[in-house]
Write a protein that binds this ligand. Structure first.
Ligand code: NAG
Ligand code: NAG
Ligand code: NAG
Ligand code: NAG
Length: 584
């Protein structure tokens, strides 16, 4: 769609909408080819901005807790977003012109009808796609078309061909019919990682690109790095020459000391809550942070040319064009809430769903030990999943500072220093369930197993619903579980550096709880919603100890947590629907 629609006829959004069906088809097909036995990588990232919960003397303030304000602001923001959507075609056209300084694409009225017929709530907010398409406006239509066709020859890029309204993933089955579709080719990334990293100089001097295109199509580069470079090296070149990441030695030194000092966070991170805008985190400005992100160690070679490639997610700095993930669109036992694999039908309530009152208050995560590659090797202990599992199964007596209301549901916040081992015992249920890529781990499989908690029992998607808190963390790629987690009756805590198509539509602290890349604040998030854990109460000799155990929970916090669980479900059912992905 876009190369045809973009520069030349300035079509744009309508095509994106009409054609998303095609991407879905392509994505499903591409996904099928990939390893089916793993969740895509679930893990996490750096904090873009944190809200201080400390006074200048570095003692926790016990006056106001920041979470109620974060939740209130989130609700106001989202309400504002919803209430400002256009309600007539005329308004939508005016809004489109106002925002994007051009006329809406031809077919906009068809799209509007589609939106009305399907109760699409987000009718004006297409900033994600507009942002992703912006670099392509600089190319001529011929050039764009050429590059789209060439991109289909790159490794792990599938070409979806639309001819006479029929989409076809090349050499796969026919896609859905849609008369609005022009004849066109769509290059779709079949990997979970972003692919397109264009060096800063090449964006400035496009005349440098031709050589790059030729080199990449000539077959001289194998699909993986084989020691000839890394994602991080390619990424650094996308940064402005003035940025720290371009200064090799500072970036290198930082990462060396980082490695030595594996506890990469200051104690105050324990009271710093993410605003959820982690997708905008700048690795160019904070080069050291890259070692905590598995995708920078991916073995797959990135592409240094502005090819129009459609991908389900990308970190900031990548120039892929975001489309909905096939994990969200397809209906499968492993990724779809309410999917009945026997009768092949979607149920409103998942057969393993559990009433809120019966859900455990523990923080739950299961997954495989994936999350990156080995380019270069030796860093997998820093990948998101590994860090999280180690943190949650740490049996040390190092204190964490926990802030909680005493008595429960009051606004009298006190704090206690609680040994990590007790906290983890009280509130964490986090483990790997499968050894993967153990040869990447420093010390091999023995070290991997002794450093992390492994739970032998397998886990079904439905087993998650037994817990109030579901953690969603990405790794080498985004987490394909997010939509199913949202739709469940549990609350989602999500940490990510990836940006996905729904970014402008979802509101952290309303639909889910955003987590920082360090995860360190998770203990205080839990203490806010669920109240102090039993060890914390003991250590603090809190007044709650004088009441019966059933009264010790934070009624107010639990109600708030449930509100987040419900809002996430509502979001999935009104904005994260399959038809919204088609409409996108
Ligand atoms: C590209 O353009 C710049 C500025 O116009 C010029 O200085 C440079 O030599 C050109 N490079 C090539 C490879 O043509
Ligand atoms: C993230 O960065 C993009 C591009 O710089 C910008 O358009 C967008 O507004 C930013 N998002 C937020 C939430 O700051
Ligand atoms: C943890 O905190 C307690 C109470 O403040 C203190 O007595 C103890 O020494 C601390 N433990 C460590 C390992 O710092
Ligand atoms: C705990 O608190 C109770 C009353 O709140 C008090 O009587 C008791 O002495 C305290 N115990 C310790 C060890 O401080």
């Amino acid at each position: 769609m876009l190369y045809e629609s973009l520069p030349g006829h300035k079509r744009g959004i309508f095509f994106f909408i009409a054609v998303c069906v095609v991407f879905m088809q392509a994505g499903i097909w591409a996904g099928r080819r990939r390893t089916q036995d793993n969740f895509p990588d679930d893990s996490l990232v750096p904090t873009s901005k944190v809200l201080p919960f400390v006074k200048s003397d570095n003692r926790p303030s016990i006056k106001d807790h920041p979470i109620p304000k974060l939740m209130q602001d989130a609700e106001n923001k989202f309400r504002h977003l919803l209430s400002h959507q256009s309600s007539t075609l005329k308004e939508a056209v005016a809004e489109y012109k106002r925002r994007y300084k051009r006329d809406p694409p031809p077919g906009f009225d068809d799209w509007w009808r589609f939106a009305e017929d399907n109760d699409v709530l987000m009718r004006d907010d297409y900033n994600a796609i507009v942002e992703d398409l912006a670099p392509f406006w600089e190319l001529s239509p011929e050039e764009l078309r050429k590059r789209a066709a060439l991109a289909g020859h790159l490794p792990s890029i599938d070409l979806v061909r639309v001819r006479n309204g029929k989409s076809r993933a090349v050499n796969i089955k026919d896609g859905p019919e849609s008369p609005e579709l022009p004849n066109i080719d769509f290059p779709v990334n079949s990997m979970a990682e972003g692919r397109i990293l264009v060096p800063w100089e090449h964006r400035l001097f496009p005349n440098l690109t031709e050589g790059s295109i030729k080199a990449h199509l000539s077959g001289v580069y194998p699909p993986d790095w084989r020691g000839q470079g890394t994602v991080w090296e390619a990424y650094r070149r996308t940064c402005n020459p003035n940025e720290p990441a371009r200064r090799l030695y500072s970036s290198f030194r930082a990462s060396t000391s980082q490695r030595r000092n594996s506890r990469l966070v200051a104690a105050s991170d324990e009271f710093s809550f993410s605003d959820g805008n982690t997708g905008n985190y700048s690795f160019c400005q904070n080069p050291w942070a890259h070692i905590n992100q598995g995708h920078f160690f991916s073995d797959w070679r990135t592409i240094p040319v502005l090819f129009p490639v459609f991908s389900p997610a990308k970190a900031s700095g990548y120039l892929d064009i975001r489309i909905p993930s096939h994990y969200y669109y397809a209906q499968t036992r492993r990724y779809t809430y309410g999917w009945d694999p026997v009768n092949l039908e979607l149920k409103k309530v998942d057969h393993m769903e559990t009433p809120w009152e019966s859900k455990s208050d523990k923080i739950f995560w299961r997954g495989a030990s994936t999350g990156g590659g080995s380019s270069p090797p030796g860093f997998s202990n820093q990948y998101q999943r590994h860090r999280f599992v180690r943190m949650a199964s740490d049996e040390s007596y190092n204190n964490r500072t926990i802030i909680f209301a005493d008595p429960p549901s009051s606004t009298n916040y006190v704090h206690a220093h609680v040994p990590t081992v007790y906290l983890n015992d009280d509130i964490m249920d986090v483990a790997f369930v499968k050894v993967v890529d153990s040869s990447n781990y420093p010390g091999g499989i023995g070290a991997l197993i002794s450093d992390h908690r492994f739970d032998d029992g397998g886990v079904n998607l439905g087993d998650h619903w037994k817990h109030k808190y579901l953690v969603d963390i990405d790794g080498m790629g985004y987490s394909g579980r997010f939509f199913s987690f949202l739709e469940s009756d549990s609350a989602v805590m999500k940490a990510t550096v990836y940006r996905e198509f729904f970014e402008p539509w979802i509101q952290p602290w309303l639909h889910y709880i955003p987590l920082s890349a360090s995860y360190q604040e998770i203990y205080n998030i839990h203490a806010f919603f669920s109240g102090a854990s039993s060890s914390t109460l003991q250590i603090a000799n809190a007044t709650a100890l004088s009441v019966s155990p059933s009264k010790r929970r934070s009624v107010d916090g639990d109600r708030r947590l449930r509100r987040i669980a419900r809002a996430g479900k509502q979001w999935k059912r009104t904005i994260g629907r399959r038809v919204d992905m088609e409409g996108e």
